[in-house]
Design a binder for this molecule. Structure first.
Ligand code: SAM
Length: 232
């Protein structure tokens, strides 16, 4: 269970009403039952349900079971996609261990706003499900040129379809974090955006094969490959 509270032995913490409902009504848990707790900072704690009643529940962390490992600096930059696709990408990127998700507004982005709060909630649920201890940072959407202008220089790999780019597998061989993976919108990048990317020294393009993948497929397939070859 994710709790936005400091975790330490002997300090009871309240669950949210949603978690209390889940534990009591869905899982039929009772006082004294074991739970696993994390907050994205203090590692994973074994604990117990101290008290539970309807939509109220108090949890007691008892023992640090897994210390917090440092999060590798891995980033997904993804053009603002339709809501369902965006939410799916955030869920899968979290499962794949991404450190930061930066939605970017591009010329052909179909969405011009992104609900960061909702995406962060999806990331939290995905982290709970996959037993990941740290949450990815979900940044507010920003225009692609602004993100590039403020970039700190870590290698940025751009998913490029229909172009003579080396395969991502080859580009990622021997790489280590930090790295970032950028995927364009449903309609692809515009020429001027590709030219802008090409003149930045930290950018390389990489291909996932000769087929045109949906943006969400390219986002997740690229991350899976990068995580396997250059992740933690
Ligand atoms: N409208 C574009 C076209 O038909 O040429 C396709 C854009 S594609 C649906 C969306 C994004 O996914 C692209 O901007 C690119 O970043 C990524 N992508 C799609 N297929 C890819 C591939 N084979 N290799 C690498 N990236 C790919």
């Amino acid at each position: 269970l994710y709790l936005d509270q400091p975790l330490e032995a002997g300090r009871e913490v309240p669950a949210t009403s949603g978690q209390a409902h889940y534990l009591g009504s869905v899982m039929r848990r009772a006082p004294g039952d074991a739970v696993l707790l994390f907050n994205g900072r203090d590692g994973e704690w074994e604990g117990r349900i101290a008290a539970i009643r309807k939509d109220r529940c108090t949890l007691a962390p008892e023992r640090l079971a897994r210390p917090q490992a440092p999060q590798a600096d891995t980033r997904l930059l993804v053009a603002a996609l339709k809501r369902d696709a965006m939410e799916w990408v955030v869920e899968k990127a979290t499962e794949l261990g991404i450190g930061l998700i930066q939605p970017v507004l591009t010329r052909r982005s179909v969405a011009d706003r992104v609900n960061t709060t909702r995406l962060a909630a999806i990331a939290q649920e995905a982290a709970e499900q996959c037993e990941r201890l740290g949450l990815p940072r979900v940044e507010p959407a920003r225009p692609l040129p602004a993100v590039l202008d403020a970039w700190d220089g870590i290698p940025l790999l751009v998913g490029a379809e229909r172009r003579e780019s080396p395969s991502l597998g080859r580009v990622a061989q021997g790489m280590h974090a930090p790295w970032a993976w950028l995927v364009g919108p449903e309609g692809g990048f515009e020429r001027v955006e590709l030219d802008d990317l090409a003149r930045r020294a930290f950018v390389s393009t990489a291909s996932l094969g000769p087929r045109i993948l949906r943006a969400e497929t390219a986002a997740v397939a690229g991350l899976a490959l990068l995580q396997a070859l250059a992740g933690d």
